[in-house]
Design a protein around this ligand. Structure first.
Ligand code: PMP
Length: 398
């Protein structure tokens, strides 16, 4: 049997350097539980950065994968496949938009949204060639591609990768005044996460999303909501924009859209925006492939059938109240929307995450001082109580 140590040694010998906050090898997984090669069992409180909202290897999604694998897996966009129509229709209805454009990863969907906004600015807003501007919020995480890191102000993500994409302006998250001051006649769009995930589960001040919506309407600017991490029931709503009853112009979606089984991402927008793409102007070989569409359909079924939106909301509230009640000298704040929870301390939390791992819970810090708790949404109250006991025990000793 291959050991965890051997796996990690081989991976670091031949694999490029990567970020592995905790040295764990996951060899098997089911629901909220994962196992390493030695048979140690852990509760997954990260859910592959919210890609596994439906739980690991959900039987319905795995069945859809197997069934579709027996028919056809890839056609490229050169040909049609039977699943793309029903899948785009379903996602369009879910987002209340006219049209959906499939991609593969979250970063690619972000790229797609930025490209759509630029074309829209030239073709619908009469911005001069190459002058379109995009506004982003500091602290964001939109992915690893050049456009996405050009939106970022994180040193780890950007150092020595320049020159960056021009025409991007970064303002403080939640700062309406800064937004007003940054807008020019060339502004095409503002892109924001309705709750900043990688920044530490930062919930914007109440009314912020509404204000952004209002300003975008007044100034004729597109509101791009990056719901890659917050979408699909994670925050106790299907999309986190619903916390303020706001409809963005472009939804950016990924992660749990593929049920933790395959990569599939998308943007959704109305015709006025989406029709700026003409045949041949944008695309992806794997985008909207039948295997990913079949998996995604099942992933959406699971969210509906198992009422994961309500579950995330109810269990998230319960979990956050219990976490807030823990008395600990260094615990600063619990921030929660559904099962998207950040617990901020006044000290680095890596030692706490390590102790949690020793007690059977896998989680990680977002930045140095915040632990993110984001289990698969299929978690039961009993499983959450089990985790709460462990967390309390670890916090007493750390
Ligand atoms: N946007 C947000 C808000 C994200 O959290 C992430 C991933 N953490 C991405 C985009 C990028 O997604 P991917 O890793 O699939 O490219």
């Amino acid at each position: 049997m291959v050991t965890s140590k051997e796996v990690m040694e081989l991976t670091s010998a031949y694999g490029a350097n990567n970020y592995h906050p905790l040295p764990v090898v996951v060899a098997e997984a089911e629901g909220v539980w994962v196992k390493d090669p030695e048979g140690n069992k852990y509760m997954d409180m990260l859910s592959a950065y919210s890609a596994v909202n439906q739980g690991h290897r959900h039987p319905k999604i795995i069945q859809a994968l197997k069934d579709q694998a027996d028919k056809v897996t890839l056609t490229s966009r050169a040909f049609h496949n039977e699943l793309l129509g029903p899948w785009t229709e379903r996602l369009a209805k879910l987002t209340n938009k006219d049209k959906v454009l499939p991609m593969n990863t979250g970063a690619e969907a972000v790229e797609t949204a930025i490209k759509a906004a630029r074309r829209w600015a030239y073709e619908k807003k009469d911005v001069d060639a190459n002058q379109a501007e995009i506004i982003a919020a500091k602290g964001n995480f939109h992915g690893r591609t050049m456009n996405a890191i050009s939106l970022s102000n994180d040193l780890d993500a950007t150092t020595n990768y320049g020159p960056f994409v021009p025409g991007i302006y970064k303002i403080n998250y939640g700062d309406i005044q800064a937004l007003k001051e940054t807008i020019t006649p060339n502004t095409a769009a503002i892109i924001i996460e309705p709750i900043q995930g990688e920044a530490g589960i930062l919930i914007p001040p109440e009314g912020y999303l509404q204000e952004v919506r209002k300003i975008c309407d007044e100034e004729n600017i597109l509101f791009i909501a990056d719901e890659v991490q917050t979408g699909f029931a994670r925050t106790g709503k299907m999309f986190a924009c619903e916390w303020e009853n706001v409809e963005p112009d472009i939804y950016v979606m990924g992660k749990a859209l593929g049920g933790g089984v395959l990569p599939i991402s998308a943007i959704a927008a109305n015709k006025a925006v989406m029709d700026v793409f003409t045949p041949g102007s944008h695309g992806s070989t794997f985008g909207g492939n039948p295997l990913a569409c079949a998996v995604s359909m099942a992933a959406l079924d699971v969210i509906e059938e198992e009422e994961l939106v309500d579950k995330s909301l109810e269990l998230g509230e319960y979990f956050a109240i219990e976490l807030s009640a823990i008395s600990h000298p260094d615990l600063k704040e619990v921030r929660a929307r559904g099962l998207f929870i950040g617990v901020e301390f006044t000290k680095p939390v890596r030692p706490i995450c390590e102790a949690l791992k020793e007690n059977g819970i896998l989680c990680k810090e977002t930045h140095e001082t915040t632990i993110r708790f984001a289990p698969p949404l299929v978690i039961t109250k009993e499983e959450l109580d089990w985790a709460l006991d462990k967390i309390k025990k670890v916090l007493q000793a750390n």
